[in-house]
Design a protein around this ligand. Structure first.
Ligand code: ATP
Ligand code: MG
Length: 413
């Protein structure tokens, strides 16, 4: 076979790319643990129904982006486009709906049939967290602050802005939705074709429209803030007060409605201007009813997901590989000694490799190029005296060390 490429919109994670990716996950895992979150792992494919109804049949993800297929047994399977629905499915399947709250985090590949571009892929990776059984705005504030702390730990706090909105409760939304539909109907000629279709199926998505003509209309559209009932208003006020107390800066952005259909009250996005059109690095909100759709009781929850590729692209510097120790044995007897020494060094937790090819000069060139911190050179003469030559490649110093002292010398123990 020739000319094989990875499928469009997918990519291999190797070298620096993988190190950035791993760094995002490890850093986040540390922060999430301080909030009492535990890692969950669910299958990357699920019964199509886990996503199809729950994410909203009219959402972009369900209507255009899902990788769904019938497997050999005739079951309809979907590669997960996101992980929130799977986590709720797992909560119910594992009988955890009576042990609340549950604090779950996850990371892994997600699949969406999208038009690939920088920061937008068909297989991409998310890291996310769900607090299931979350009553009240303090929980929302904590979960948003947790995301902020992850971004801060990654050194990105100054590169992103937290944009916050409230979607209110169902009653508030219905009242506003009625007002919006009436408004758009009275301006139907000015709407884009796509938004005209949305008017019937999901009018709130019009607010997300990027079409110039729709944006113009949006300026005078009924504002949701004017339709919040007392309870929703209090939730919104308390959330902002808690965020203030936690020291998390935010701006209010009424156009954040989130792509998926199951949100209520809180919706938020962390946005950067550094990634062009793909500016949202992490997004989430409060959702209700999702657990019930999986066959459990009504349980309110709040969560978010961050795009690992987008976060990794933003990292100032790629994490470096730990410098190693190179063993350079000259001669057969030396190779044998080096083999047992390299094992001792590894058992002491050090990175160590044996360099066996070529003359001493060639080997040392390779060792220096590899970025090793030390080289250990030994030949027949050293073996006879039970020593090695230890070269500190950073300080450019060489000294003789007894074979039995090498490990201690390098671990500093
Ligand atoms: P967008 O508006 O960019 O399509 P979305 O609303 O579809 O985002 P979510 O479903 O909220 O995104 O996913 C959360 C995060 O996952 C996004 O903010 C983004 O960082 C990342 N993400 C989503 N889709 C992709 C993709 N196709 N490729 C890379 N990252 C993605
Ligand atoms: Mg999308």
């Amino acid at each position: 076979m020739t000319g094989l490429q990875p499928p469009r919109g997918t990519h291999d994670l190797i070298g620096e790319t993988m190190r950035r990716h791993r760094h995002v996950i490890q850093t986040a895992a540390r922060v999430l643990a301080t909030y009492g979150f535990e890692e969950w792992s669910t299958p990357i494919f699920e019964d199509t129904r886990v996503f199809a109804r729950t994410l909203g049949e009219t959402s972009d993800v369900v209507s255009k982006e899902m990788y769904s297929f019938e497997d050999r047994g005739g079951d309809s399977i979907t590669l997960r486009p996101e992980n929130t629905a799977s986590i709720c499915r797992a909560l119910v399947t594992n009988g955890l709906t009576q042990s609340l709250p549950q604090k779950a985090w996850y990371s892994g590949p997600m699949f969406r049939y999208e038009r690939p571009q920088k920061g937008r892929y068909r297989q991409f990776h998310q890291i996310g967290a769900e607090l299931i059984g979350a009553e009240g705005p303090l929980r929302d504030a904590e979960v948003i602050t947790m995301a902020y702390d992850v971004l801060k730990a990654l050194g990105l706090a100054d590169d992103v802005v937290l944009e916050l909105n409230t979607l209110g409760d169902i009653a508030s939304r219905q009242a506003w939705r009625d007002a919006l539909v009436a408004y758009f109907r009275s301006h139907i000629d000015a709407l884009s074709d796509e938004s005209r279709t949305r008017l019937d199926v999901n009018p709130l998505r019009i607010l997300d429209s990027k079409a110039e003509q729709d944006r113009a209309l949006l300026n005078d559209a009924p504002r949701f803030a004017d339709y919040l009932n007392a309870e929703s208003q209090k939730f919104w006020d308390d959330l902002r007060a808690h965020l203030h107390d936690f020291g998390v800066p935010f701006t209010e952005n009424p156009s954040i409605v989130r792509g998926l259909d199951y949100y209520s009250h809180t919706a938020f996005e962390f946005v950067t201007t550094k990634l062009g059109a793909q500016g949202t690095v992490l997004a989430g909100g409060r959702y209700e009813g999702l657990v019930a759709q999986m066959g459990g009781p009504e349980i309110p929850a709040i969560g978010w997901a961050g795009g690992i590729e987008r976060l990794a692209l933003l990292l100032e510097e790629a994490p470096v590989v730990e410098a190693g120790i190179a063993l350079v044995p000259m001669g057969d007897a030396a190779v044998q000694k080096a083999a047992s020494l390299v094992r001792s060094l590894r058992q002491a937790g050090l990175r160590a490799e044996i360099e066996t090819r070529g003359n001493l000069k060639k080997r040392m060139e390779r060792v220096v190029k590899s970025g090793a911190s030390h080289a250990i050179v030994l030949g027949d003469e050293e073996i006879a005296r039970g020593v090695v030559q230890l070269r500190d490649l950073t300080a450019r110093e060489q000294r003789e060390v007894a074979l039995g002292d090498v490990v201690q010398c390098l671990t500093g123990a």
